[in-house]
Design a protein around this ligand. Structure first.
Ligand code: URA
Ligand code: CA
Length: 435
């Protein structure tokens, strides 16, 4: 088999065989096929697309390029959730203990963040003592005991994806549905989950700005998951404005605690109930989405969800007293309000720009090795569709400096106030199921 022929075949719009896909993924991973040939193939895929079968084969080849986590020692159906990015997305912190409190095992492997705010592990490390560096047998024991554990990424998972993603980044081939879908799904599948609930974001703060593109990506991932034997379902949700009110690591932990106590922001709570219901059904812990939602709602209100969160924190060395006293989380030295310059209705809060402002405060990483400030961030006091009076606070800036003029400028530019009435944007657009 020759790489030249594979490139030519895809260039001319033909379907690659399983063996051809295997050949280029393995060859690229082990270094026997050079960057320039893989670059050409990626560009051919970008223009010619892949069939559902090719996408599934590509995913499997990437999964098998490295280690695969074996979660079979955990009893029950393990369901994982994946969000395609976004700003201030606190759902994992809430869903893991919430779904566990209703009986579904959650064995979550999570990463550190790049950009806007930290990843789930960074956020959890805002809890004093919390440790995500646990060995795999200890991790499995924890899930069997407590129904939930969150561990940092270990092992050599999907090296083919790492290499391909790096190459796509410099060859203008990131934004391709078959390549994005196989990249995301390969990582989920390698991490050992039995079933997957996807939260595909759309809107200004998302990778897929348009609903049609988000739908295509959701369908592509659902198809791959089901073809490789992992039940997969997706919802498409709004990321035109930040989810919930808090953007920043410790601030999001506090918001997660409030949500687990049944007093979180409406949109964040609703999205968690929707995603959690799908997880419960896939885990065979509920017969219908409605009964799942009822159970989860009960646990937010009767204390079971927050108790599960405390148990989870303690089992990984974290100080569970933060649930009763969020003052134990890292606190910024300054809280600075951003007053509205005029009265009117909020028509826009550009999620991306709020994320960038949080990063300017130190909440996110500019590069892989930069340090993050867990205490800083932004708390929205108004959302799209809310009325605001001139001088009223739009949001609170939590900073460790008073020199925040550039951040304020960025924030003012990202929030639009109008004299017209503005409807609240929909939160959930649709559910994409296997066809
Ligand atoms: N996220 C991924 O993991 N892979 C992509 O290709 C795009 C976004
Ligand atoms: Ca949030």
């Amino acid at each position: 088999m020759r790489m030249y022929d594979i490139i030519e075949k895809k260039r001319d719009g033909h379907k690659l065989s399983k063996e051809e896909i295997r050949f280029f993924v393995d060859g690229y991973t082990n270094g026997s096929i050079p960057d320039y040939q893989v670059s050409a193939l990626l560009m051919a895929i970008f223009f010619r697309d892949m069939t559902e079968e090719e996408r599934a084969e590509l995913t499997t080849a990437m999964v098998e390029s490295g280690d695969q986590i074996d979660l079979s020692a955990i009893s029950g159906i393990k369901v994982d959730k994946h969000s395609t990015g976004g700003v201030g997305d606190t759902t994992t912190l809430i869903l893991a203990p919430l779904v566990a409190s209703a009986g579904a095992p959650v064995a979550k492997m999570s990463g550190r963040g790049l950009g806007h705010t930290g990843g789930t592990i960074d956020k959890l490390e805002a809890v004093p003592g919390f440790n995500a560096e646990i060995a795999s047998d200890a991790f499995i024991n924890l899930v069997n005991q407590n129904k939930v554990a969150v561990v940092g990424q270990t092992g050599n998972l999907t090296p083919a994806d790492k290499k391909l993603y790096g190459l796509r980044d410099v060859t203008a081939t990131v934004n391709s549905i078959p390549l994005i879908a196989s990249s995301i799904m390969s990582k989920k599948i390698a991490s050992g989950t039995d079933a997957i609930v996807l939260d595909v974001k759309t809107g200004a703060g998302a990778f897929m700005k348009e609903l049609d593109d988000a739908r295509d990506l959701a369908r592509a991932m659902v198809s791959i998951g089901n073809r490789v034997g992992r039940q997969t379902t997706a919802i498409i949700s709004d990321m035109s404005q930040p989810l919930g009110n808090a953007v920043g690591n410790a601030l999001e932990v506090k918001e997660a605690i409030e949500t687990l106590q049944g007093r979180g922001p409406e949109d964040l709570t609703e999205l968690c109930l929707e995603l959690g219901s799908h997880m419960m059904v896939l885990a065979n812990k509920a017969d219908t989405l409605d009964s799942a939602r009822e159970h989860l709602t009960e646990n937010l209100n009767n204390g079971k969800a927050i108790e599960q969160f405390k148990l989870f924190l303690e089992s990984q060395g974290g100080d569970s007293r933060v649930a009763d006293d969020p003052g134990l989380l890292p606190q910024a030295s300054q809280t600075i309000e951003l007053p509205a310059k005029k009265s009117g209705t909020i028509s826009e809060i550009v999620a991306d720009d709020i994320g960038t402002a949080a990063m300017m405060l130190g909440a996110g990483r500019a590069t892989k090795d930069s340090a993050i400030d867990l205490s800083v961030g932004i708390v929205l006091n108004k959302k799209v569709g809310d009325f605001v009076n001139k001088g009223e606070s739009l949001l609170s800036i939590h900073a460790n400096t008073t020199a925040v003029d550039d951040v304020k400028e960025k924030l003012y530019a990202s929030i639009n106030i109008t004299d017209e009435a503005v409807a609240k944007p929909p939160l959930i657009y649709e559910n994409v199921q296997n066809e």
